[in-house]
Design a binder for this molecule. Structure first.
Ligand code: ISE
Length: 338
């Protein structure tokens, strides 16, 4: 019997997830959707036979017909919804950010440990499931390139969404992906964050320090740099170069096919993350559904969501000054001790 999934929040990302659950993910089926805009929920539900629109997200979570929940509502709604999922003992895939600040994210880590008594929540850091990132991680784990020394990231969006009104949004919503990628590639926490901001692009909305350059000092001695530029005007570009003792590897060059015509050559640059990371999202949701069936959480955990938000808080604190800010992280061994 397939895993019966309900999706909360059917905006850009939730609609994408609802569609993959309804049409592409094996061993799972979409049974219900909920959205703060109930007309929107009804419209998305109507696309798929047998899918119900439920007005209140908390009712969807409580519904007996829903075994597992995918949360794609705006970040400010996550805390209450994840708490409800934990109270009902339901497996949850929660889009990033886990919550809006590290204190509330840490509370979720604790509630999951104390009330649910077992891991139930996966956080939507989908890059870990992207075939290129996964290949890079395997290469580094093989050890053939020696120890990882440096990571250089580039993260560009064509334009930023209207709700990106201040520079912190770039840290919390965009840079947060590199926060997770660096923790995952190095297998270490981030100790200090420095955010440098050149004179903003004339194309960036008023008040947005765009682009930004982040420097992460990793526990264990690694260093990572990231350029985030969310009004590049070009398209969606995410690249990562890992530099190790015996060589380096780069992903995200997007050079699958180069076409030569009209005195020019080139390939396509995707418009946004739904296209660039389509495979990553498919694999993420497929593996999540499989793990729910096995009764485990196999992807990024509430701890990963918490650590990322603690790093972003330090990043936002560094934005104004350009000075390094230390990340204050709870003691993992202490917190996760059964
Ligand atoms: C968006 O929310 C994402 O998660 C994308 O991956 C990122 O590139 C974009 O900047 C964010 O707004």
């Amino acid at each position: 019997r397939p895993l019966r999934v309900g999706v909360i929040g059917v905006g850009t990302m939730g609609t994408d997830h609802a569609d993959r659950l309804a049409t592409r993910i094996s061993g799972a089926e979409l049974v219900a959707v909920a959205d703060a805009d109930s007309a929107r929920a009804a419209e998305v539900a109507a696309r798929y036979p047998g899918v119900r629109a439920i007005a209140n997200p908390l009712d969807l979570i409580a519904d007996d017909a829903v075994e597992a929940v995918l949360i794609a509502s705006p970040g400010f709604a996550h805390e209450e919804q994840v708490l409800a999922c934990l109270a009902h003992g339901k497996y949850t895939l929660c889009e990033k950010p886990l919550t809006m600040d590290s204190a509330s994210a840490l509370r979720l880590v604790e509630v999951e440990r104390d009330k649910a008594g077992r891991p139930l929540v996966q956080v939507g850091f989908m890059r870990r499931f992207d075939p290129e990132y996964a290949e890079l991680r395997r290469l580094l784990d093989d050890g053939e390139l020696g120890r990882l020394l440096l990571v250089h990231n580039i993260h560009r969006n064509k334009t930023s969404p209207a709700w990106f009104r201040d520079s912190a949004a770039i840290v919390n919503d965009s840079l947060v992906h590199e926060v997770d990628v660096c923790r995952w590639l190095f297998g270490a926490e981030i100790e200090t964050v420095t955010l440098l901001t050149p004179t903003p692009s004339g194309r960036a909305p008023e008040g947005l320090r765009d682009p930004q350059v982040a420097i992460f000092q990793m526990a264990g001695g690694g260093v990572a740099t990231t350029e985030v530029f969310v009004n590049s005007q070009v398209g969606y570009e995410v690249r990562c170069e890992a530099v190790a003792e015996l060589g380096s590897a780069t992903i995200g060059l997007g050079q699958e096919m180069l076409v030569r015509r009209d005195n020019a050559y080139g390939g396509r640059i995707p418009d946004d993350y739904r296209e660039r990371f389509a495979r990553a999202y498919d694999i993420e949701v497929q593996e999540w559904a499989r793990a729910c069936r096995r009764g485990v959480v196999a992807g990024p955990t509430t701890w990963d969501g918490y650590a990322a938000s603690a790093v972003c808080e330090a990043g936002v604190a560094s934005l104004g000054t350009g000075q390094p800010v230390r990340v204050e992280l709870a003691d993992r061994a202490e917190i996760l001790r059964p």
